[in-house]
Design a protein around this ligand. Structure first.
Ligand SMILES: [Zn+2]
Length: 184
């Protein structure tokens, strides 16, 4: 075993001491730290505990029951546990994929990147067990996988184009009569 020199020992003691101080500060901050007040008033805070108040869908703002797995209006996963349940998570994933090809909300480029990545994994991923069984089976399974993937990307591109066209042809606030006319 390598002998530890006095310099190295001092270094270890200093590092351990520093770590102990950092942990102690973190624990102190967690216990004694000031809690931030709610950004809403007391009446709103009281209403949040009212059992009559229903949760809202985070996509369409439609109220739904606390026990609903999916929004009854738009089909988005409504419960915090839906996406963790086997079988239900596939329905939720289907809703996400559908939103990419026909959703009403324009897609940010990061979302498009995510759609390309996830669709490649899901449409291409099922080929893996076939490749494991035999390379020939894998090649045969890749054909429908690539067809589905190409079809999905075509629909995704169509949705992106639709949102871009709508944005280009959206009237300006002045054209729509809701803006302030320029002075002069
Ligand atoms: Zn909804």
């Amino acid at each position: 075993m390598r002998a530890t020199g006095p310099d190295e020992l001092v270094g270890w003691i200093a590092a351990s001491g520093l770590l102990a101080v950092m942990v102690w500060c973190a624990v102190r901050w967690l216990i004694h730290g000031k809690s931030v007040p709610d950004p809403w008033d007391a009446a709103t805070a009281a209403r949040l505990d009212d059992p009559e108040i229903k949760p809202l869908c985070t996509r369409c703002l439609c109220p739904h029951e606390e026990t609903d797995w999916f929004c009854p209006n738009c089909g988005m996963a409504a419960s915090p546990t839906t996406n963790w349940m086997p079988y239900l998570n596939y329905l939720s994933l289907g809703d996400v994929f559908r939103h990419g090809t026909s959703g009403d909300i324009p897609l940010h480029w990061t979302a498009v990147l995510g759609y390309i990545l996830v669709s490649s994994i899901y449409y291409g991923g099922f080929v893996v067990p076939f490749i494991w069984l035999s390379p020939l089976l894998g090649s045969l399974a890749a054909i429908p996988g690539l067809v589905f993937l190409a079809f999905y990307w075509r629909q995704l591109a169509g949705n992106i184009r639709r949102h871009r066209d709508e944005q280009d042809h959206r009237p300006t606030p002045i054209e729509a009569g809701t803006g302030i006319a320029p002075a002069g």
